[in-house]
Ligand binder design. Structure first.
Ligand SMILES: C[S@@+](CC[C@H](N)C(=O)[O-])C[C@H]1O[C@@H](n2cnc3c(N)ncnc32)[C@H](O)[C@@H]1O
Length: 283
């Protein structure tokens, strides 16, 4: 368990070289939990901020703000030619070559994951975790720092290669794999599954099989934490990333999971954006 006063944040070569002038504060304020019953034990009082230090100058090419134009162009192009997941690798490759940026790369763990952990630290000894759509590995490294034995996967081989390179001494097992056709031996294998922001970059028609596969990774008693941009059903779908409705999040229940928590969190980096965060358990 981590202490709420000093949540353990993973150390990477990036963080070790951080200086005080490059410190960013993430205020992971959770909102009120909704009316769903919770069985989470060990809930602790919320501490208002945590600090994660990282250098501003490093790997700037990837963090040049959220310019989504190229990502949207590639998404549209690949979807039109019937390959709705091919654009991720294309985008990461362009970024590696310095031609584009990956808008979601920010070199820190997802704030709603850290905020969840501060509120609900989990026992990790001897437990396994799986990170879906792991990007450059920050969430996977964070879960490993909290004590899980972590597997992380992304459809982009370039992203997986970059994760291994960023964290050469990591205990995380990184794999290039497709959520829509995951390795069969992952079924029922992970005590804690974390999915942030992957469902929302898949076309709506692929979310149902993706949701089903994510649910299949849990054994009885396993937990799934999901984070996604949220929208009201009456809001337009908008452009990629396509925010999910509450019922798209609740679709995990169709696959036998029980929803334990649901909350809505304003995005501190993007005013006007809100994230849905939900915790499920396979009974
Ligand atoms: C929007 S990014 C989110 C990355 C990270 N989870 C985060 O929140 O920062 C979605 C990630 O999922 C990966 N991805 C998309 N479709 C996938 C699939 N079918 N299987 C595995 N990974 C996928 C992308 O390559 C990308 O790294």
């Amino acid at each position: 368990m981590i202490s709420p006063k000093s949540p353990k944040l993973y150390q990477s070569s990036v963080h070790q070289s951080a200086t005080a002038d490059a410190t960013k504060v993430f205020a992971c304020k959770p909102t009120a939990l909704h009316a769903h019953p919770t069985i989470i034990v060990n809930a602790i009082p919320y501490k208002d901020t945590i600090r994660i230090a990282f250098p501003k100058r490093l790997e700037i090419r990837f963090s040049q703000m959220k310019d989504r134009r190229r990502a949207r162009e590639l998404a549209a192009e690949f979807i039109q030619k019937g390959d709705p997941t091919g654009w991720f690798e294309a985008l990461y490759r362009e970024a590696e070559e310095g031609k584009s940026t990956v808008p979601w790369v920010d070199y820190h763990p997802t704030p709603p994951l850290v905020g969840f952990w501060i509120l609900h630290p989990q026992e990790t000894t001897g437990k396994s975790a799986l990170v879906v759509g792991s990007g450059f590995g920050d969430d996977a490294e964070q879960l490993a720092a909290w004590g899980f034995r972590v597997t992380a996967f992304d459809i982009s081989e370039t992203a997986i290669r970059a994760s291994r390179k960023r964290f050469p001494h990591s205990t995380v097992e990184y794999h290039a794999a497709n959520l829509l056709a995951p390795p069969p031996h992952w079924r029922g294998q992970f005590d804690f599954v974390f999915e942030a922001n992957t469902l929302q970059v898949l076309p709506a028609s692929l979310r149902q099989p993706a949701t089903k596969n994510i649910a299949s990774f849990l054994p009885p008693g396993g937990l799934l934490l999901v984070v996604a941009r949220g929208r009201e059903p009456s809001d337009p779908e908008g452009q990629m990333p396509w925010p999910l409705t509450r019922s798209e999040i609740s679709a995990f229940a169709v696959h036998g999971l029980e929803e334990l928590l649901f909350d809505i969190i304003p995005d501190l980096d993007e005013p006007g954006v809100r994230r849905f965060r939900a915790l499920f358990r396979l009974p």
